[in-house]
Structures are given as structure tokens and as C-alpha cells.
Design a protein around this ligand. Structure first.
Ligand code: F6P
Length: 364
């Protein structure tokens, strides 16, 4: 018999379509299969620090499957191992993780499901090292977490970006314009690459393949010669030119990854307007990629992750994250997932090769 009677669920980092289906699947599995009690930890690690816990029941998780965001709310700033306090007008970082551990004990929470990306899961690993029983669940629209083939939220982000490209095509064609769509993805080009292929982009710029703007302009000019007086371009927010840097929009203090990328779309549109003699416009899709209802694929993947995470907890497989390998649920140590071990697009991989086969320029 497992000693687990009560589990906690925490969602941390940026929100992502599929968080609610994970919460729902984990809660239903815990209650219906194992007869456990389930507690939601509100606002990510801040809730763990404050003891802000709320019971999750079959009643109060009902109806959340198609909802975007997270009913538990989230935070991407509250690292309890380096928690900011104001002292004499200065910000001092203190380790308050023991408060979180105490709060779990007081609430009788035997194990925690931690749903997040790299920053959230790094703290998950650190709590695991303190003896907390942790199972990680991989969340991010960026799809850049190591050890798992796909993170939930990614499919929704790609679908949203693809629809945007479809819509941009009609205005590009009507006005003989270059339309540049800037998509998210941080330092990985998965969203840009996949949406670009699905949405019929003429050029795709991703962080893994530094671009030469003259080569992108050549691709557009070649299309012009064949009578195509418009082009649609995807620029991943982390893309950089062969002799340039990524474009940073702001720095967010106290965030595990303080750099916020943004602005490449407008930059590229200006440059292409000059080089190609066509009007150019940029659209930044931003958080629309993260908001709203998850696709069917993401609902199913989130359901599998959430349910399997509880199975793993009941098997005592702590310190691990649930993963998707091929089409099978599996798991891997949190140590193998976090840190600099991001999963990036292979510039020589199959998807890039097929994209090039069909004439998409990467500016390389
Ligand atoms: O990691 C998810 C993500 O949406 C990235 O694609 C993006 O760069 C970043 O988060 C935006 O962060 P914020 O919501 O803090 O602006």
C-alpha cells in the first residue's frame, strides 16, 4: 500500500493551454482511481510560501477541460530558493524553501505534482533534493524541454500561429505586401518552423539557423519574378542574423529567465521593405499563442500527462518528470531535464530539410 494519501498540484511559470486539463486529469485519477485527497497550490510557488492551498474536488474541477490558463493561477517570479525581500531600500534574496516544506507538512500533503517549464521544474528538483516527493509535468508552448518529444501547449500555439498566417496571406496578396509574423518560442524555433510549414510561409527565421537578410530578400525577389508580388515570412522571436544578436524587448527582474525577447518582426519588415521595394508590415502574435482553449491534441496530451503523473506518484517514482517518447508515456529524472539542456530544432534535421525541399528560405 502506498503511503500517499493527499497530493498537491502546483502550476508555475507562464500560462499555457492544457494546464487545466492536466489539473482535471490528475484530480480525477487521484480521486477516482486511488481515493486520494487533492489540494491545489495557488499562484505557483508563492502559494507554497504563503500556504495558499485550496481543495480540488470532482465538483470544482468540473467544466475546466476546454479552458485556457490555469484555475490555480501562476507566477513566474517566486523562486523560494532565492525569494526577494526589501530590506533598507534594497532587494535581498533569501532561501525560504523550508517555509514551503513546512507548509506541505502542516497541510498533510504527501506528494506534489509540479507543472511547469525549466524554471518551475528546477525548483521542483531542488525541493525533491530536500526530500519533498515531486513529480514534474512538462509545460511550455515553446516545446524546448529536454527528455520529452512534445510539451503540452505547443500544438495550440502552432495552430494559432498557422491560422494567423492564413489570415495574413489574404492581406499580403490583396496589397502586394510582405507580411512578417513574429512568433514566440524563446530560444527555440519549434513554433516558427512548424507554423511556417503549416501556414505556407515563404521564409522562416529561427534561432537555430542564423539568417542573412539579403538571402531572405533574394527569395522574395525570386517570387516577384514569377509573378508573386507578395510574401509571408515567419520570424521566431529568438532568431538572429548571421552578424547580429537576438532582439530583446525588456528585462524582467526576479524572473528565473529575465530576458523577454521581441521586436524582430518589425526590424525584419523594415529591412525587407528597403531591400525588396515592396511594402512590408509586421504582426506580433504574442500571448494570443498562449491564451484560450487548447486544441484536441493538447487536451489529450495533458490528460495523459496529468493521469500518468498520479500513477507515477503512487508507484513512488519521485524526482522524475513524465515524458512522451514516440507515442508512449514514460518518465525521466528532473536532473536530465532542467538547466541548459534545452531541446532545439536540428538545423540539419528532417523537418528543416523538407521545408527547404519545398522552397522555404531560412536565409542561410
Ligand atoms: O516560455 C513561454 C513564453 O511564452 C515564451 O515563448 C515567451 O518568450 C515568454 O514566455 C514570454 O514571457 P512573458 O509572459 O513573461 O511575457
Amino acid at each position: 500500500m502506498s503511503s500517499i494519501k493527499k497530493i498537491g498540484i502546483l502550476t508555475g511559470g507562464g500560462d499555457c493551454p492544457g494546464l487545466n486539463p492536466v489539473i482535471r486529469a490528475a484530480t480525477r485519477t487521484a480521486i477516482l482511481k486511488y481515493g486520494l485527497e487533492v489540494v491545489g497550490i495557488r499562484n505557483g510557488y508563492r502559494g507554497l510560501y504563503l500556504g495558499d492551498f485550496t481543495p480540488l474536488t470532482l465538483e470544482n474541477i468540473s467544466g475546466i477541460l476546454p479552458l485556457g490558463g490555469t484555475i490555480l493561477h501562476s507566477s513566474n517570479k517566486d523562486n523560494l530558493f532565492q525569494y526577494p525581500f526589501e530590506e533598507n531600500g534594497e532587494t535581498v534574496l533569501k532561501d525560504v524553501s523550508h517555509v514551503g516544506v513546512e507548509n506541505l507538512k502542516k497541510a498533510g500533503i504527501d506528494a506534489m505534482l509540479i507543472v511547469g517549464g525549466d524554471g518551475t521544474l528546477t525548483s521542483g528538483r531542488d525541493f525533491s533534493n530536500l526530500g519533498v516527493r515531486v513529480i514534474g509535468v512538462p509545460k511550455t508552448i515553446d516545446n524546448d524541454l529536454a527528455s520529452t518529444d512534445v510539451t503540452f501547449g505547443f500544438d495550440t500555439a502552432v495552430s494559432v500561429a498557422t491560422e494567423a498566417l492564413d489570415r495574413l496571406h489574404t492581406t499580403a496578396s490583396s496589397h502586394h505586401r510582405i507580411m512578417v509574423l513574429e512568433v514566440m518560442g524563446r530560444y527555440a524555433g519549434w513554433i516558427g518552423l512548424n507554423a511556417g510549414i503549416a501556414g505556407g510561409a515563404d521564409a522562416i527565421m529561427i534561432p537555430e539557423i542564423p539568417y542573412d537578410i539579403n538571402k531572405i530578400a533574394n527569395a522574395i525577389n525570386t517570387r516577384k519574378k514569377f509573378g508573386k508580388t507578395f510574401s509571408v515570412i515567419v520570424a521566431s522571436e529568438g532568431a538572429k542574423s548571421v552578424n547580429g544578436e537576438m532582439v530583446v524587448s525588456k528585462v524582467v527582474e526576479n524572473s528565473p529567465d529575465p530576458i523577454r525577447l521581441g521586436g524582430i518582426g518589425a526590424k525584419v519588415a523594415d529591412e525587407l521593405e528597403q531591400l525588396c521595394g515592396l511594402e512590408a508590415r509586421a504582426t506580433t502574435l504574442g500571448h494570443i499563442q498562449r491564451g484560450g482553449t487548447p486544441t484536441a491534441y493538447d487536451r489529450i496530451l495533458s490528460t495523459r500527462y496529468g493521469s500518468y503523473a498520479v500513477d507515477l506518484a503512487m508507484e513512488g517514482k519521485f524526482g522524475n518528470m513524465v515524458t512522451l517518447k514516440g507515442n508512449e508515456m514514460s518518465y525521466d529524472s528532473l536532473n536530465n531535464v532542467i538547466g541548459q539542456k534545452t531541446k532545439n530544432v536540428n538545423p540539419n534535421g528532417e523537418l528543416v530539410r523538407f521545408a527547404k525541399n519545398i522552397g522555404i528560405s531560412f536565409g542561410d
